[in-house]
Write a protein that binds this ligand. Sequence first.
Ligand SMILES: [Zn+2]
Length: 278
Amino acid sequence: MESKGFAIISPSSVRMRLWRVVGGCDSGGLVVRDGRDLESGAMEERLQHGATVEELQVVGSRLHYKKRSGNGPAMGWVSILAGGKRLLEEASEHDWPLLVQQEDLWALELSEEVYEVMRKKITEPRGKGKYNAFFPSYGHFRCAACATPLYSFQGKMKNGCGWAAFSRCLAMDFDESLASVVAQVDWVSGGREILCRSCGGHLGHVFMDGQCLGGDGPERHCVNSMALVYVEEETALNEVCCDLRRFHEQLRDHSNDGSYSGVMDASSIWQSPCKAMR
Ligand SMILES: [Zn+2]
């Protein structure tokens, strides 16, 4: 894969502790202050759920951070805990995205349309994507931001949902924990947001109605065409379901502590996949 000058985070290159924002989804993000003191000035912008930050200093339950990915102020102080709830958790070395770069560099590197979809998570209009009705007989689709192979031509579904749809994604092995596509809770509109494991770019959503709509597996990846680039080359990668581990972790954590009461209904989403369509 083309490196495009990203820093690749591997266990040997990570010297600092990383934290991921897991709270604030019900309050518009975490309040960021310019000092450690809770009385110091609050910044206008908030640190958003899903952002990854680098630890500069921890004093009690206050974290001085420098942002690595996601939305919010580049640097400041936030609370790790508030009212008994955990707002940030340590990110593991196996976490994604694997390729991290600052949000302002994405804005410079991607076209405005791709940036809107992949970094701002704006869904392209139904029926307008260039790959909706494109069914090649060879080749594969890559991430429009980092060129990671995501889907093969075989996985393309003719389900007519209005966006490009795929029943499986690509992986290095027959192992979903290595899938090129990962899922997390969509804190804004509910359901499962899917992202490129390499760069964390937003792709769309995954629904569990694949078999009901003629797919050969349980999943239907509903993908913005703007997040993809078709290439004619064949790929030797395997096809698997996406990596849902973080989604399950989030669902477990937030349904237990009551901090998530969004659109997604955790009790029905697995029991009746065909009814889980939004
Ligand atoms: Zn990517």
